[in-house]
Every structure is written in C-alpha cells, then in structure tokens.
Design a protein around this ligand. Structure first.
Ligand code: BV8
Length: 243
C-alpha cells in the first residue's frame, strides 16, 4: 500500500496548474510492453531504437511496417488501466491540466483524457511517407507497406521516429504547459529520451515542484521533490483518493 507524505498531499490539493508527462510505464499494466522491455519473438533481435527510425524504414520498409502492425495488435487488445483512469479523473479535478504523453497507444484518450499532447505521435494513424499527410483508407493494400492513395509512396505510422522533430504545435504546447505549471508529474518513464525528458527540468526552472512515479530510479529522481517508487496503476489511484 502506498504511503503518501502529507506535504505531497497538500501540494496535490492546492496546485491548480498541473502538467503530467507519461511514458510507456503507464501502459505496462495494460499489457503494452515498455520501450525497454526485451522485445519478443521475431523482434527480439532488434532494439526499438534500431527500428523506430526513418533510415530503418527506408532500408527495410516491410520489416518496420510489420513491427508496427504487431504493436498495433497488442494495443488493440489492451485496455486502459487504473493509471490512465486516475489521470483522466485528475484532469476533471483541476482548472489547468496538461497531459503530455510519449506513448503512441492512444490509451489515455480511451480512458477519457482529452486534449492529450501526443509528443511522439499515435501508432493507430498512418501517413504517406513522402507527403506526410494522414491517410484514412483508400490505400493500395496489394503491397506491404500499403501504398498512398494519391502518390503510391509507402505508408508509415504517424509516430515520431528517432532523429525526427516533435510536431511543432505539440512541442510548443508542451513547453508552455511545463513553464506555467505549479506541479509537474513524471510517470512511468526512464527519462532518457529527449526532448521529452527535458520538460521536467523546464518546469523546475520555472519554479514548479516535481513528483516522479516510477518503478526504478531515473536521471530525474535526484531532482524530484518527491519520488514514489511503485506501479503507476496503484500509486496514481492512491493519490486521487487523497484529493
Ligand atoms: C529529436 C515513437 C531532433 C516511436 C519514440 C538531445 C536533444 C534532442 C534530441 C536528442 C538529444 N539526445 C539524443 C537525442 C536523440 C533522440 C534521443 O533522445 N535518443 C535517446 C535514445 C538518447 N531523440 C530524438 O531523436 C527525438 N527527436 O530530438 O529530433 C530534431 C530537431 C529538429 C529537426 C529534426 C530533428 C525524437 C524521439 C522520439 C522517438 N520516438 N516513440 C515508437 O514508439 O515506435 S521514443 C520511445 O521512447 C517511446 O515513445 C517511449 O515512450 C519513449 C521513452 O521511453 P519510456 O516511455 O521512458 O519507456 P522506457 O521503456 O524507457 O521506460 C519505461 C519506464 O517505466 C521504466 O523506467 C520503468 O521502470 C517504468 N515502469 C515500467 N512499468 C511501470 C513503470 N513505472 C510505473 N508503473 C509501472 N507499472
């Protein structure tokens, strides 16, 4: 059972401007493997960083496309877990709440969160590799990856690969949320991937307090005002109970 320090409870109750960054640890209890979990089956010989790049896709579009098909199937079978539900509830309880996620699984939205800032895109959407426009049907499914209906180029998932820029609108909204929040929560992330991992430090520099919830220590832990170690699916509901 999570014991929550009284000053953290006070912080949670009084803060009206909250920003949250989530990583794949929040979806782990929904059965979606975290980014650094050992990959299984066909994918075990690859590191995600080797597949989630434009170069990997250009080198072997079929391999990368099929990795995303496999991951989409995992996500389709997954259900939001208590961590996702608690964050949707927290959004309702606060005047100014921003949820920034590194996850591409759409589970926050399925849990009821709105205006989610998808920092790394969303695996359930496809876009044309050449034109960059979202494609919603009409693709040429005789090839793998399917072909864009307007130009025939291969489709790719609408995610941000390593070496690609975060979509500028999402980036500026996330920076603004980190700058104005009173309390920043970093949940279920190893805080290794940039520029997402830098958001907590922007919040700290702007005078916010920092709460980290994770299974293990990260580069952020020493900077946090509070660091709760344990499953997000247990700790977040416990925090909401105290509100
Ligand atoms: C960019 C989508 C520049 C794809 C992903 C400094 C500044 C800027 C860039 C860099 C920089 N240094 C290095 C870079 C390059 C790179 C980078 O950060 N590399 C890392 C490896 C060092 N960054 C980039 O390339 C970014 N782009 O900067 O572009 C640019 C600018 C202008 C113009 C052109 C270019 C883009 C990065 C985005 C990559 N895409 N995902 C896909 O999903 O296929 S990142 C990927 O990693 C996922 O989104 C994932 O969410 C993310 C981070 O991983 P985590 O979520 O933290 O997952 P992880 O497994 O690591 O950790 C899970 C944690 O949860 C663990 O700590 C675990 O203990 C914990 N946990 C587990 N279970 C639970 C739990 N906690 C609580 N409860 C549980 N139950």
């Amino acid at each position: 059972m999570t014991t929550i320090p009284p000053d953290l409870i006070e912080m949670l109750r009084t803060a009206q401007r909250i920003a949250v960054l989530t990583g794949s640890g929040v979806s782990a209890e929904s059965g979606v493997p975290t980014f650094r979990d050992a990959q299984t089956g066909l994918w075990e010989r690859f590191r995600p960083e080797e597949l989630a790049t434009p170069e990997a896709f250009e080198r072997n579009p079929k391999l990368v496309w099929e990795w995303y098909v496999w991951r989409r199937e995992l996500v389709a079978e997954a259900e939001p877990n208590p961590a996702h539900l608690a964050l949707a509830e927290l959004q309702q309880a606060k005047d100014d709440f921003s949820l920034i996620t590194q996850n591409v699984d759409g589970l926050h939205q399925r849990a009821g969160s709105t205006d989610v800032l998808e920092f790394h895109g969303n695996i359930t959407r496809n876009k044309c590799f050449r034109e960059g426009v979202i494609v919603n049907g009409g693709e040429d499914t005789s090839s793998v990856p399917p072909g864009c209906p307007s130009c025939g180029s291969p489709l790719r998932p609408d995610v941000v690969w390593f070496g690609e820029a975060i979509p500028s609108a999402v980036l500026s909204s996330a920076f603004a949320a980190a700058e104005r929040c009173e309390l920043f929560l970093s949940v279920g992330t190893s805080s290794l991937v940039q520029p997402a991992a830098g958001l907590a430090e922007i919040a700290l520099r702007s005078g916010a307090r920092l709460l980290e919830i994770n299974l293990e220590a990260t580069p952020l832990t020493s900077l946090a005002d509070h660091s709760l170690t344990g499953p997000a699916g247990e700790i977040l509901p416990a925090l909401l109970q105290e509100l």
